[in-house]
Design a binder for this molecule. Structure first.
Ligand SMILES: [Zn+2]
Length: 227
């Protein structure tokens, strides 16, 4: 469920933040206030490339099926007109193939109904509520980066196991390099910031990575029983 926040779309369910273009922002202004952005409209923005993940850690990939199975868009008449307007005036960057795909999408979702009556404000809000738990399977994470050093990894487990070691190394460095102000100044400001961002900051600060019971469960190492 995405909400408009300035020139971005933000989700309260951990979905990645999305950037929007000025023309798309105008389109969103036709939707009721205090209402999440209907998913078909988010999809429309992604398909027309007027919406994209703010971070390059994510990419968009629609397959044929996710286009064909898109739900009907319940939006006001003004939004339908805005969709038409955007397609006429702000789609030069799209290939013929992309335009065909958008055409198909607008057909399925009935976003091409600009000449018909749109939905009332309350109908729009009700429809959004019903689809409140919708996922965004077409937004993919392309890489996982370490919160400490920024190194990139292909999978989450890979990143997580690195981050644990990486964080410990930095903690140790910060603790032990106390006397030498010069050498520690580089690392320290970033370190405090990164740790606040890190949701896993309840992580045990000891040097033994296996002191964390959650981590033991993940790795299954607690079954080994070796002392
Ligand atoms: Zn790292």
């Amino acid at each position: 469920m995405y909400w408009k926040d300035g020139d971005t779309l933000v989700s309260r369910n951990n979905e990645p933040k999305l950037s929007i273009t000025a023309p798309f922002e105008s389109l969103l202004e036709t939707l009721p206030q205090d209402c999440p952005v209907p998913t078909p409209i988010v999809k429309f923005g992604l398909l027309t490339q007027h919406v994209e993940p703010s971070s390059d850690e994510f990419k968009i990939n629609f397959d044929k099926e996710s286009i064909g199975s898109s739900e009907t868009a319940v939006v006001p008449a003004e939004t339908l007109s805005a969709v038409e307007y955007l397609l006429y005036n702000h789609s030069d960057h799209l290939s013929t193939k992309q335009k065909q795909r958008i055409g198909r999408f607008c057909e399925v979702t009935q976003l091409d109904y600009a000449n018909k009556l749109g939905a009332s404000e309350s109908t729009v809000k009700d429809a959004v509520d019903e689809t409140g738990t919708e996922n965004y399977p077409f937004i993919y994470r392309t890489e996982y980066s370490c919160d400490h050093c920024g190194d990139k990894f292909d999978s989450k487990p890979e990143r997580d196991s690195h981050t644990t070691d990486c964080g410990d190394t930095e903690n140790d460095a910060a603790e032990t390099s106390e006397p030498s102000q010069q050498s520690s100044t580089k690392k320290r400001p970033a370190l405090g910031k990164e740790i606040r961002k890190d949701k896993g900051s309840e992580r045990v600060s000891g040097r033994n990575p296996f002191a964390d019971t959650d981590r033991l469960k993940d790795t299954g190492l607690h079954q080994g029983g070796g002392n």
